[in-house]
Ligand binder design. Structure first.
Ligand SMILES: Cc1cc2nc3c(=O)[nH]c(=O)nc-3n(C[C@H](O)[C@H](O)[C@H](O)COP(=O)(O)OP(=O)(O)OC[C@H]3O[C@@H](n4cnc5c(N)ncnc54)[C@H](O)[C@@H]3O)c2cc1C
Length: 250
């Protein structure tokens, strides 16, 4: 239950509020998840007045302000793969309110966009202290990380990205999802999703290595109510091989 709403005008003020221990004080992005929070009493810090929604593409890097909405990302980035993944991730209303930082905090292993961000080796910048940490390092400690309080930006390299998935219906959340990011010198990262609490980085190496095998192994304990591990391993291998081939054909 939200018992206090704060709307600071500066980053310093926001961080000061977020460092309070009583009541627990959390950043409010679009509020699509936090506004429905029913457990302990919390205070929220609305980030709207901080100008953290800018998206900048410069020198091969895409910098996305923490409060940029999924819709703003769609409009500014103009990348067909990212646009398709964002549209797949959330309906129009959710895209208009949900922010990138909010998504990084709540999205699970079936999130197409979180899977894509992991493949792209997204880096997070936190305040106070301008602390940088990769999404890959931060995600496993997402619930226990208290080194800083506020994500201010998410940085991605402007590298080739491919994504494909399988679901029960085309609009359903995926049960198998593969994102492959390729750097100009042949470095390749493949993240898998479609089950569990978080997407998994299945491969980080050279594009000519056995990526399908790595994906197969990464799905080895993926059994849940939606699909067997055997199915995911088989489907994952096929999708990964196809996506990797696509990155090499370009
Ligand atoms: C009820 C509901 C459940 C959902 N569940 C899922 C799901 O399980 N998986 C999925 O992929 N998508 C889910 N979504 C989709 C959701 O719309 C997106 O994940 C969206 O981007 C959330 O962003 P937000 O800005 O609205 O988050 P908010 O509700 O504002 O915040 C969500 C969490 O992120 C934290 N946060 C926000 N901004 C920052 C910041 N700058 N720094 C640090 N922490 C911050 C908040 O404190 C809060 O803990 C759900 C949506 C709804 C409405």
């Amino acid at each position: 239950m939200i018992i206090e709403y704060l709307r600071p005008n500066s980053l310093e003020e926001a961080v000061k509020f977020l460092q309070r221990e009583n009541p627990i004080t959390l950043p409010l992005g679009g509020g699509s998840v936090l506004s429905k929070y029913q457990a302990n009493p919390i205070a929220v810090v609305d980030l709207q007045a901080l100008g953290l929604n800018r998206i900048k593409i410069e020198k091969g890097l895409i910098e996305i302000g923490a409060t940029a909405t999924l819709s703003e990302m769609e409009t500014v980035l103009k990348n067909d793969v990212i646009t398709d993944v964002i549209r797949f991730q959330a309906g129009k209303n959710q895209r208009n309110s949900g922010t990138i930082a909010g998504l990084i905090n709540v999205a699970d292993g079936r999130s197409p966009l979180l899977t894509l961000l992991l493949a792209k080796d997204a880096q997070l910048t936190w305040q106070p202290g301008n602390k940088q940490i990769s999404l890959e390092s931060w995600l496993p400690q997402r619930r226990d990380w208290h080194d800083a309080q506020l994500i201010t930006k998410v940085t991605l390299p402007e590298v080739m990205i491919r994504f494909d998935s399988i679901g029960r219906t085309p609009k359903d959340r995926p049960i198998v999802a593969i994102a492959a990011a390729k750097w100009p010198m042949g470095k390749l990262r493949v993240a898998i999703g479609g089950f569990g609490g978080l997407p998994i980085l299945a491969f980080d190496g050279d594009v000519h290595e056995d990526v399908a095998k790595a994906v197969d192994e990464a799905y080895s304990s993926s059994e849940d109510q939606w699909a067997s591990s055997a199915y995911r391993r088989e489907a994952g291998r096929k999708l990964a091989s196809r996506l990797v081939q696509e990155t090499m054909d370009k």
